[in-house]
Design a protein around this ligand. Structure first.
Ligand code: FPP
Length: 251
């Protein structure tokens, strides 16, 4: 178990969590780093650095309470449109984070995985990610699934193309393509769909994240900017998740 995290809010959220109702898979759109930095007259990259600090505690808490999958929207296919300096800064942050944290993550049985087309990332980022994936591939605790150069529409198109190729080669028939089979062509493959999707910073949209996989996910939004997102916010979302009735289209 990761060491306990210092508490900053008086209400003891963790005690209110229903252990029978912990989401197996939580996905997070970590938004608001830029606005957090602007409020403090800092460069945008300072917001992303603070975002990494927030992430560290969220990974620890997720692991400690028994979440099995945590999917993080770290870099979208659209994020290439940001200034080069910011893109490079984000790629460097990822490298620094993995170099600094991978041993501790590994010790705590965390498995690192990515979704998205990582081949377009800088070589040193790819190398560091591949090392982390290889080192942790046998771990059985929390899977941290980092979405990098990820876009849900691109993911779905990629699946469709691969399926068409197989149909063309007669290794798959049209009748074989049901929802389960289709899912296996997505980056998330064997990972169960998210139970809970969190977005920070007050925006209430999906922004091309996991469009197929969130068909029945519970959505939870908060005004808090990502760098200010603390484990207690995560616990608050999980408590509310536990109180919702999921019907999956039934009664
Ligand atoms: C959105 O905030 C955030 C991002 C595009 C990047 C999120 C990345 C991190 C928190 C670091 C990832 C690192 C690791 C190790 C996975 P924004 O910049 O769009 O904020 P704004 O909407 O306020 O401008």
């Amino acid at each position: 178990m990761f060491k306990k995290i210092k508490k900053s809010i008086s209400r003891d959220y963790i005690k209110e969590i229903d252990e029978e109702n912990i989401p197996r898979h939580v996905a997070i759109i970590m938004d608001g780093n830029g606005r957090w930095a602007r409020k403090r007259n800092l460069p945008r990259i300072a917001g992303h650095k603070a975002g990494v600090e927030a992430l560290r505690d969220i990974i620890k808490s997720s692991s400690n309470i028994g979440i099995q999958y945590l999917t993080l929207y770290a870099f979208s296919t659209e994020n290439w449109n940001r200034p080069e300096e910011e893109v490079n800064g984000l790629m460097d942050l990822l490298v620094l984070y993995l170099r600094k944290e991978i041993k501790e993550l590994h010790k705590n049985n965390v498995r690192i995985n990515t979704i998205g087309d990582i081949n377009r990332l800088p070589m040193k980022t790819i190398n560091e990610i591949e090392k982390a994936i290889l080192m942790t591939k046998g771990n059985t605790g929390l899977t941290v699934n980092i979405a990098l150069n990820y876009g849900a529409k691109a993911e779905i198109l990629n699946a469709v193309k691969n399926i068409c190729k197989k149909v063309g080669e007669n290794t798959l028939t049209i009748d074989d393509i049901d929802e389960k089979a289709f899912s296996q062509y997505l980056y998330t493959d064997t990972i169960p769909d998210p139970d809970l999707l969190i977005r920070t910073s007050g925006e209430q949209r999906i922004s091309n994240f996991l469009l197929w996989q969130i068909a029945y996910s519970e959505l939870w939004f908060t005004e808090v900017y990502w760098p200010d997102f603390k484990p207690d916010h995560l616990f608050e979302a999980i408590i509310e998740f536990g109180q919702r009735q999921r019907r999956f289209g039934g009664l």
